[in-house]
Structures are given as C-alpha cells and as structure tokens.
Design a protein around this ligand. Structure first.
Ligand SMILES: *[C@@H]1O[C@H](CO)[C@@H](O)[C@H](O)[C@H]1NC(C)=O
Length: 406
C-alpha cells in the first residue's frame, strides 16, 4: 500500500514538473537550482585539503560537461611524478559528489588520489554541473531528448578523449556506480574502439538487467511506462525527471530513521534498500546536490529494461523503431564486444540491480575478469557510495585491482 502511494506521488510530481512554469529568474540561474548556494565538487575537494581543477568538455551535440579533477595527493606530494588517470562516473540522479561525500578517508576519489592516481570525476549531461548546451536552450524539450544511450555513446567518449589528450596517456582506468556502469557497457558495445582506451574497468552495483528488480519503483511505474506508446509515455518523455527541489524533497520516506532532511530527499527514497550501513553524515553531504537532474527518458529506458528483461536500446514503438533501427524491436547491446578487462562488484541487498540480474549480466559478459559479491548481506545499492564500511568492503579492493594493472 505504501509503495502505491509513493508511486502515485512520483507520477504526480513528474507530470507536475513537466508542465512547470519557467520564470525569467530560472533562466538566469539554472532552473530550479542555485549553484551559488551549494558546495560544488571542486570546493568540496579543496575543503578536504586536496587540489582541485574544473574542466569543461563540449560534446559534438553541444552539451557542456563539467569534469572535476584531483590532480595529485598532497599526502604523497606527487605532483611531479607519473600519474595514470582514473575516471569516475556517477549514477542516475547523481553527480561527481557521490565519490567525495564520505570524505578523504573513505570515498573512492581520495583513496585513488592517495594511491598516486590522477583522478577525474565525470558529470553526465543534464545534471547540475552539466546543464548547458551551445546549440539548445535548457528550457527546450530538445535539451532533455536523450537518455543513458547518449551518455554512453557521446558523453563518455568526449570526456575520456579530453582526459587522454590533456594527460598524454593512451589509456585510463574507469570506475562507475549504477548508471555509471550502464553507460560503460553502452560505450564499449556501441563504440568498441574505446575498449583499447580502458586499462581496467570497475563496475559498482552494475546495472544492465532488471528482471528481478525488487524496488517498488519497478512494480509501480514499470507497467505504466515500461512499454512504448502509452499516454504516460507521451506525458513524461523528454522532460526533466525529479530535479532537486523542495517539492520533491517533501516526499516522505517512512522507512527512514535518519534526520528528516535525509528521509524527505527524493534521491534517497528512490534508491531504497535500508539504512543499516549508511553513514548519516555522508548522506547529509549527498542530499545537498541530489537528486542532481536527469532526463525522464533515462528512467523510462530503465523501466523498459525491467519490462522487456533485455539490455537493449530505447523502445520508441514499432513505427519509430523501424525508422531508427530498421526493425520492430530495439537492438540489444552486444556484451560480447566488450574486451576491456572489467571487474564487477555487486551486492545481495540491491533492490535495483540484484544478484540474479548480475548473474544474467555475468553470463553474457564473455570477457569479465572478476565477479565480486560483497559478502555482507545487508549491503545495498547506495551503500557503494555512502556506507560506513564501503572502504573495507569495496573501495580498498578497487584500489588494489587498479594498481595490479600498473
Ligand atoms: C562519514 O561521512 C563523513 C562526512 O563526509 C566523513 O567525514 C566520515 O569520515 C565518514 N565516516 C565513514 C566511516 O565513512
């Protein structure tokens, strides 16, 4: 019953936001955000005592993406040493802060910097750090006409090429969380020439198959928007999905016992799975910039995967599929094309991308090097970025694996 109410609330919110008025003030500061009021990733990095740089990359279709960089570790003073680049990519509704929010002793970005790496944090089109386009206005529905297929085929290659050009390296290490793993799979299957640019890949809570997804979001919204052509699709397509605003943050999660600001946050609610391992201070940091903005098409595409049990491109319905793909159904992403050495780190209590769906992914991923399952049963989807014990259970392993390639 509770999930039904949540689901309906989500729908009302999404529809409401699709038709939200935009004022002139909204146009000046990015709509519904005021970046002046939040601590941006570069300031956060500096506040932790590390050097930070901000870089902008413009994609071939005009999106201006912000990359943050921790070029070296002040603990190692290795600014003049060889530093292999590592690239970190966030998940749905998220941004670069997800790899910083637990601070220098726990978060992956700092652990990699302290291991001697040149750490780069990506931001996908549409999130608070990547909300500009040189060709399309942010307020046009065309701005939001993308999903994680474009993030994988356009944004990732653009960011990776930028980093390799600037540093002079031929390869980088990649780590992604949640949708940050989906886009990795999309890039390497759709643009297989990028396999050669990945020295090693690390997938945290890998998401490609959703047949067994337990989150209430699947059962509620899946039947409504998981198949093309319905009225809900018409209403929701090409719009911004649950942005960071007061309206969203008023949704209350009854299962949450942390501070009310955390419990009322739409991002925390979405990634539900209990708070047993969560670091409450880290969640407090995270909600400042989450949910971070994404296109409704990203959510719809994930729900399509839940409904179809396949890992394939966006389903526009038979007519448009035939125009775009030359077939009735969207083509699968062919995982056998991935040759970059890749490690998977998944957990049992993941309500979005759970163990059975990871089994499916592993069975189709011919070149997967390692299928690591976090031994703690309660570890969930969000714990990969906010758990008190994520350093021992996950991040230390990643650093060790990354180093084994150098
Ligand atoms: C919890 O998060 C806070 C805030 O970022 C951080 O300072 C602290 O080290 C974290 N602790 C653990 C065990 O993750």
């Amino acid at each position: 019953m509770r999930s039904l109410v949540f689901g309906l609330l989500f729908i009302v919110l999404c529809v409401g936001l699709t038709h939200a008025e935009t004022t002139e003030e909204d146009l000046l500061v990015s709509p519904r955000y005021c970046l002046k009021e939040i601590t941006k990733s570069d300031e956060r990095i500096r506040s932790h005592g590390y050097p930070a740089e901000t870089h902008e990359v413009t994609t071939e279709d005009g999106y201006v993406l912000t990359l943050f960089r921790i070029p070296y570790s002040p603990k190692l003073k290795n600014q003049n040493a060889e530093r292999q680049p590592v690239f970190l990519q966030h998940g749905l509704f998220s941004n670069s802060d997800c790899f910083l929010c637990s601070g220098p002793d726990n978060s992956l970005a700092y652990l990699l910097a302290d291991a001697g790496y040149d750490v780069w944090l990506g931001n996908a089109r549409g999130n608070i750090y990547s909300r500009a386009n040189t060709l399309i206005s942010l307020n046009s529905y065309k701005f939001w006409h993308f999903d994680w297929h474009e993030i994988g085929t356009i944004d990732l290659p653009a960011m990776i090429d930028y980093i390799l050009d600037l540093t002079g390296y031929k390869q980088l290490h990649y780590a992604g969380h949640s949708q940050g793993t989906t886009v990795y799979l999309v890039m390497l299957t759709e643009r297989p020439e990028y396999n050669a640019k990945i020295k090693s890949g690390h997938l945290l809570a890998p998401c490609a198959f959703f047949e067994h997804g337990k989150s209430f979001i699947f059962n509620l919204l899946g039947p409504l928007v998981g198949t093309p052509g319905g009225v809900w699709n018409q209403l929701l397509v090409d719009s911004e999905l649950i942005p960071h605003n007061d309206l969203v943050n008023r949704v209350v999660d009854n299962s949450c016992n942390a501070a009310s600001s955390i419990c009322k946050n739409g991002f925390m609610l979405f990634a539900n799975g209990g708070y047993e391992n969560a670091n409450v201070s880290s969640m407090q940091v995270l909600i400042e910039t989450h949910p971070a903005g994404s296109s409704s098409n990203q959510g719809i595409h994930f729900l399509q995967l839940w409904a179809s049990h396949e890992f394939r491109q966006y389903d526009w319905g038979t007519k448009k599929n035939n125009e775009l793909y030359g077939q009735d159904l969207p083509p699968d992403y062919d995982l056998s094309k991935i040759t970059a050495p890749t490690h998977s780190y998944s957990s049992n209590n993941d309500a979005l991308c759970g163990p059975k769906d990871v089994d499916t992914l592993v069975s189709k991923f011919t070149h997967l090097v390692e299928d690591h399952r976090v031994p703690l049963q309660s570890f969930n989807h969000l714990d990969f970025i906010i758990a008190r014990n994520m350093k021992e259970l996950v991040n230390d392993l990643i650093v060790e694996r990354v180093q084994s390639y150098d």
